[in-house]
Design a protein around this ligand. Sequence first.
Ligand code: ZN
Ligand code: ZN
Length: 284
Amino acid sequence: MDSFDSLEVCVLASSSKANATLVGTGRTRILVDCGLSLRELGRRLASIGSSPAEISAIVLTHEHSDHIKGLPRFLKHHPVPLFMTEGTWEEVNEYLGASASLCEVVDVESEFSVGDLGLLPFAVQHDARQPVGYTVSFGGLTLGIATDLGHVTEEIKRRLEGMDALIIESNHDPELLREAPYPWVLKRRIEGAYGHLSNTQAGELLEHLSLRDYARLQVVIAAHVSENSNCPELALETLREHWNRSCRGYQPVFAAAGSKAPTELFCIRSIVEMFDDERYGVSK
Ligand SMILES: [Zn+2]
Ligand SMILES: [Zn+2]
């Protein structure tokens, strides 16, 4: 496969401890969030044939520590532009010290580009200053990233329609959350309107999206899956169950991101192109 034609995505880590996702093309590679230590990030990037030196920018979803705690060291060794909303900037600029000069503030609903990637931040409902999700586009392909959201708004649904790949939060199972070893106040936060999506809420969002454009979505990655109040199998089972209600037999690839190892590196290509390759026998 020619990587210059595909949109690459690999969730390097996803949990309440650390979050980082690699998104790229054959020419540009960026990180969405930087919650891993530089050493661990390097180890995980190496496992998919990449390295921190290849990263040309970082975009942030919000300021919670599981999304930013690897930043100071990363930026000290690899000073790349760092994109975020104004509210996130207000929360992180002191933490970044001298590296704060690398920050670039972006407007919600305003597209910007890094190399050959187009990025559009959209508002999500989460207990941070100005949190966002992103759609990332390249050559007619689009990836939607929606984690850390307490509930799904009409705007979020609209933004995620027609994606080729989707990273969707599927944080907890409400019953397991009730039994989890958390203080009551934390449980209230997680399941509240500005906390995290349950498996069922994620499933309902996916069902809505499948009704709109079921044959385009190639990869669905469940993310921010709780280690105490969920498990990857349960998250995926719920997503599949909702998908199957309206998919008319078409199945994308389902994967769950976790805290201990990266997902595989998914290379998303245009479905029309894939069919052409098959027909003419040039699929690699
Ligand atoms: Zn988080
Ligand atoms: Zn958060």
